[in-house]
Design a protein around this ligand. Structure first.
Ligand code: PMP
Length: 302
């Protein structure tokens, strides 16, 4: 480790390219997918340029776009947290230079799928970034439609399905032009050799991960089933590794009571739409049981 790492990250890029059936020239690496998001805003945003988000969604898009000096445009998702023709028309009217689409969406877990993503990319002239941080838990991906849309860029991470958040590795799959634009704003050696070696090994262990992800998806169904049985609770359809649910109670109150039972869930105090919603990450079977048991007790006491 007295040497600098491979600046091109060629081994890791090859593993990613092989996994997704694309060329190594279609892959850019990031120190986490957050860094890819920042680099996209640096390459495609800037003063006087417009960055569009579809809230409620992942907050880092607007943080990165603001740092890059972009004007921020928000087009709300519809009542099912989807993006339909009306939202696409509204987005188009703003002529964004860069638009962020989280699919499946954080924090709702809802998925759009590649047909809707394709419609967005068709209608918008600027760059359309599809953040697929949770795609491994979903039924699809938009990687397959990349060749049909020259303005499409897909962002992935090893932080979620691979459980490797501490390594800080994310990646971009896109056209060679977009890959080159992102790489033009990157610092040399932004990825260390330990993270690259470990990520390459993980990506080559697909069958092990398929089993882990399959188990998590089964467990997610059990959590949804248990939540739906609790009176007053409704779940939002999810294709992610978390479930957002609505209650009749104030989310902050329930969150604090759950903490007393050593159960940590995620409230969204700054998002009025979610004042009665909490997001729970699917855990191990004992953790999920403990969560459901604690939630039943807490809600019964209100
Ligand atoms: N995108 C989404 C939708 C996320 O939820 C997260 C992590 N919370 C990220 C990107 C960033 O992940 P990382 O930087 O660890 O790859």
């Amino acid at each position: 480790m007295n040497r600098y790492p491979d600046p091109s990250g060629s081994e890791l890029k090859s593993a990613i390219a092989e996994l997704h059936g694309v060329g190594v020239e279609n892959v850019a690496l990031g120190n986490g997918s957050n860094e890819i998001i920042r680099h996209l805003t640096l390459a495609y945003g800037g003063e006087g340029r417009a960055a569009l988000m579809f809230p409620p969604s992942y907050q880092v898009y607007s943080v990165a776009a603001k740092v890059a000096g972009c004007d921020i445009i928000e087009v709300l998702r519809d009542e099912t947290f989807s993006i339909g023709p009306a939202e696409i028309d509204r987005a188009k009217a703003h002529e964004p230079d860069i638009a962020f689409v989280c699919d499946p969406n954080n924090p709702t877990g809802t998925a759009l799928g590649s047909i809707v993503v394709g419609q967005i990319a068709d209608q918008l002239e600027g760059l359309v970034v599809v953040d697929e941080a949770y795609a491994e838990f979903s039924e699809g991906s938009s990687v397959g439609i990349l060749s049909e849309h020259s303005n499409l860029a897909i962002v992935r991470t090893l932080s979620k399905a691979y459980g490797l958040a501490g390594l800080r590795v994310g990646y971009l799959i896109s056209s060679t032009e977009i890959v080159r634009a992102v790489e033009s704003v990157q610092l040399p050696y932004h990825l260390n050799m330990v993270s690259m070696a470990a990520s390459t090994a993980a990506l080559k262990s697909q069958s092990e991960y398929a089993e882990i992800i399959g188990n998590l998806i089964d467990e997610r169904s059990r959590v949804i089933e248990s939540l739906d049985k609790i009176s007053g609770i409704s779940t939002i359809p999810t294709q992610s590794n978390f479930v957002m649910f609505r209650m009749n109670q104030d989310a902050g109150d329930v969150y604090r009571e759950l903490l007393k039972h050593e159960v940590l869930v995620r409230p969204y105090p700054d998002e009025p739409l979610f004042s009665k919603c909490l997001r729970v990450t699917v855990g191990t079977p004992p953790e999920n049981k403990a969560f459901i048991g604690a939630l039943e007790k807490v809600l019964a006491a209100f």
